[in-house]
Design a binder for this molecule. Structure first.
Ligand SMILES: [Zn+2]
Length: 147
């Protein structure tokens, strides 16, 4: 399947296979946007990847960092006038506020209190996020995205 180039917008490449829809959720991109989604595309380097092309949206680095929550190896390309004007890697943010919900039902951040959920990156053992309120390790971040 060939996908048309876009003139203006954001191309997110090297998304883990099958994670494109989680990337859209974590970004909060409206599904009324014009976009192309490639699932399990064959990568030139071997293996498979997903690719997202979102028209007329230029992601900021802060927004792009959210992509790393569900797909750490992704690259973000900002396209203007049909060419790449900026390219950066999705860097996992040190702190994530408000985007995820804690997996612990008894956590104070799940008690309808006027507080924003907060998680910090722990790199002692791989790459994972720990709740700042109850210290619970969040296992599957894609499932923790606030709806
Ligand atoms: Zn918690």
């Amino acid at each position: 399947m060939k996908v048309q180039r876009i003139e203006h917008g954001t191309v997110i490449d090297h998304i883990l296979p099958g994670m494109a829809f989680d990337v859209l959720r974590v970004l909060g991109v409206s599904n009324e946007r014009s976009m192309s989604i490639l699932i399990n595309s064959h990568s030139k380097k071997g293996g498979k990847k997903d690719i997202l092309k979102i028209e007329d949206v230029e992601l900021s680095e802060e927004e792009a960092s959210r992509v790393a929550l569900v797909s750490p190896q992704a690259t973000i390309n900002i396209i203007v006038g049909g060419s790449v004007v900026r390219k950066f890697n999705a860097e996992a943010p040190d702190v994530v506020r408000g985007i995820l919900t804690c997996s612990n039902p008894n956590c104070i951040s799940n008690q309808n209190e006027p507080i924003t959920s907060a998680f910090r990156l722990n790199t002692d053992d791989g790459h994972h996020y720990v709740c700042s309120y109850c210290e619970r390790d969040q296992v599957d971040l894609a499932k923790r995205i606030r709806r």
